[in-house]
Design a protein around this ligand. Structure first.
Ligand code: GTP
Ligand code: SPV
Ligand code: MN
Length: 611
């Protein structure tokens, strides 16, 4: 049994509520040792992890890890939001009573960390001094050293964040127990994994994974699910799966801030890290604030809408990251950066790493190379062309390593938000960009965000998998209340942000992308800022304002006139088909505000009139 008192005393952890919490879970999980962690422990933890073989060297100050082969992504089916109030049940939050979930999780966790160290990771999901700091403190307890190292990169970690809380009892209790990964029945009816946020108790209980959002509890479980619930319960803020970037016009000195949601693996990281296209680079500069989470609030004094990234790092998709698609990301994982790679291909002889799309072809000489599971490429069966890296393999690096990180990324004030954008992977119908000036219509647009089903079997042709505001996997309270909370928060801003829907993924009949994407995505955003400033007026359509060809700065873009026409056109018939699907989608949400229904009917009527 661990000597909890001694460990907490030695670390100088004085908050009595945190001490009591650590005691409770140390006893319950049966951990052998307790260790309180701060960011300054990283180098020692890395040495220990390398010595134990939990991490492998991937170059100077770079680390490689593999997760259990059935534990490679968030598990939506196993993720639950629990509270004591049945009216908290929504369509997506997989609500269950906390009276049922807490004993179940305690049962799973009892004795499950025997023989292991339980790390105590105090963290803050906000720049210190933020007006939302009261919602940002947490203490993750985890029995995985690799998870601790990820947390140090992804959150601000140290005991000062919880010793000096204004309300010492106001912190998120986030318990992570890895469990016996090989015997959890992944995907069977007896699946033993449970990822539960007990939202009205600000307690997170995750059992049965050591991967990403399942295990780094500051990120998705606290930063998104818990924070969204807190923002609603307090009436104070929104927490969304949004990227956040700044655009500086060096000629006028103006700086704009745009945030927005794209479903997982749809390009948030790419966009927030983007470089201006060569032809525009002398004039415009993009600042990176965040790639996965934004908290939004209205300042009581100036009435403006502000946003900030609660995270301290990037947990980015590795696949297809290369010099053309995201040079900034490559520069953020250089030797000395401390980056951790997970589930990509690895060469234990040379410590090199590789993933699909890093270079056009995999390394020619396969000597030594192993795939993400650790199997030798040279020993693959004839014709085995399965990917070397897992499609959801990732790199983890701190914000300060990102070359275009905004100088004020750590500012407690946040940044004023000029526009909120939504975008999914849609192969037809959605134009390059359409701007929306009306608040209810903007929220309606976010609620009807979707992406095409990725596997033919999963979807019906032309029908989207709706992912409201890109929050489907992170929704913690009912969708009707969520929409009302959006209308309330944004409605309180003295200056409403502009909304827009973007799409980089429209395709031709032969499957090619009509828009070159990546760095060129800055162009429609520049148009949006010009629209906001009244410098262009676009063309009004039933679904928003779209740019004219002349208004878009297309200097240096490779696109055919036909493709350009298509991405700046509204296909009325396809849109009317989509409106019918939206009727069904929105009808599933109870108590959806009347303003949202009005917006829906208005768009529908305008499309019919325009046919
Ligand atoms: P999560 O971290 O899972 O929340 O996702 P994310 O939204 O940050 O995803 P990410 O930026 O890692 O998305 C990467 C995928 O989107 C890769 O497959 C990219 O190649 C693709 N992608 C990003 N931008 C573009 C673009 O402009 N055009 C095209 N065609 N693909 C893009
Ligand atoms: C996502 O899946 O949207 C992520 C990665 O950003 S994870 O943190 O694993 O949820
Ligand atoms: Mn995400």
């Amino acid at each position: 049994m661990a000597d909890v008192e001694a460990a907490l005393d030695q670390a100088g952890l004085t908050n009595p509520h945190v001490r009591e919490y650590v005691h409770y879970w140390a006893d319950l999980t049966g951990a052998d040792r307790i260790e309180v962690v701060s960011a300054s422990d990283d180098a020692r933890l890395a040495e220990e992890a390398l010595a134990a073989g939990e991490l492998l060297p991937a170059g100077e100050g770079l680390y490689y890890s593999r997760s259990y082969h059935k534990d490679t992504a968030r598990s939506e089916e196993r993720t639950i939001v629990a509270t004591s109030n049945p009216s908290d049940a929504g369509v997506y939050n997989n609500w269950r009573p906390s009276s049922e979930m807490k004993p179940l999780l305690e049962g799973k966790m009892r004795g499950a960390s025997a023989g292991k160290t339980m790390y105590v990771v105090p963290y803050l999901m906000a720049p210190p001094g933020s007006p939302l700091e009261a919602f940002a403190a947490g203490v993750e307890l985890t029995d995985s050293r690799t998870v601790v190292m990820h947390m140090i990169r992804m959150a601000r970690v140290g005991i000062d964040y919880i010793n000096e809380l204004a309300d010492p009892n106001s912190f998120v209790r986030a318990v992570h127990v890895t469990g016996d990964l090989e015997n959890l029945g992944h995907g069977t009816p007896e699946d033993g994994r449970y990822f539960v946020t007990v939202a009205d108790e600000r307690t997170i209980l995750h059992f049965g994974s050591s991967y990403g959002g399942n295990a780094l509890l500051g990120k998705i479980a606290h930063g998104l699910r818990q924070a969204a619930y807190d923002g609603w319960a307090s009436g104070k803020f929104l927490s969304e799966q949004f990227m956040l970037l700044g655009i500086t016009d060096k000629e006028t000195g103006k700086k704009y801030h745009i945030c927005g949601g794209f479903p997982s693996a749809s390009g948030k990281t790419n966009l927030a890290m983007t470089l201006a296209p060569d032809a525009l680079g002398d004039r415009y500069y993009v600042d990176f604030y965040g790639d996965d989470i934004a908290w939004l609030w209205v300042d009581e004094n100036d009435g403006k809408l502000y946003g900030m990234n609660p995270e301290f790092g990037v947990f980015g998709v590795a696949k297809d990251t290369n010099e053309a698609t995201n040079p900034t990301a490559l520069d953020s994982i250089l030797p000395g950066s401390g980056a951790i790679f997970t589930n990509i291909a690895y060469n234990p002889d040379t410590h090199e790493v590789w993933w699909e799309g890093k270079t056009k072809n995999p390394p020619e000489d396969v000597t030594g190379w192993e795939d993400w599971k650790g199997d030798k490429i040279s020993e693959r069966a004839e014709g085995d062309d399965s990917p070397w890296a897992h499609p959801n393999s990732r790199f983890t690096t701190t914000l300060s390593n990102v070359p275009n990180v905004a100088p004020d990324f750590n500012s407690p004030a946040g940044v004023p938000i000029d526009a909120i954008i939504f975008g999914g992977r849609t192969r037809d119908r959605e134009p390059l960009i359409r701007a929306i000036t009306d608040l209810a219509e903007g929220v309606y647009d976010g609620l009807t965000l979707g992406a095409e089903a990725t596997f033919a079997a999963e979807g019906v042709d032309g029908q989207l998998r709706y992912d409201p505001m890109s929050m489907r996997p992170f929704m913690s309270y009912p969708e009707g209340a969520y929409a009302a909370h959006w209308l309330k928060i944004i409605g309180e801003a003295t200056e409403a942000p502009l909304f827009a829907h973007v799409n980089w993924f429209q395709r031709g009949e032969d499957g090619h992308f009509l828009w070159p994407g990546y760095r060129d995505n800055l162009r429609p955003l520049l148009w949006l800022m010009q629209l906001k400033a009244g410098e262009v007026s676009g063309r009004q359509t039933p679904v928003g304002i779209i740019p004219t060809k002349e208004e878009l700065n297309l200097e240096g873009v490779e696109i055919t006139p036909e493709d350009l026409d298509t991405i700046l056109t509204i296909d009325n018939a396809r849109w009317q088909q989509e409106i019918a699907n939206r009727d069904v989608h929105l009808s599933a949400f109870h108590d959806l505000p009347e303003e949202i229904w009005e917006a829906h009917r208005r768009v529908k009527a305008d499309l019919e009139a325009d046919a």
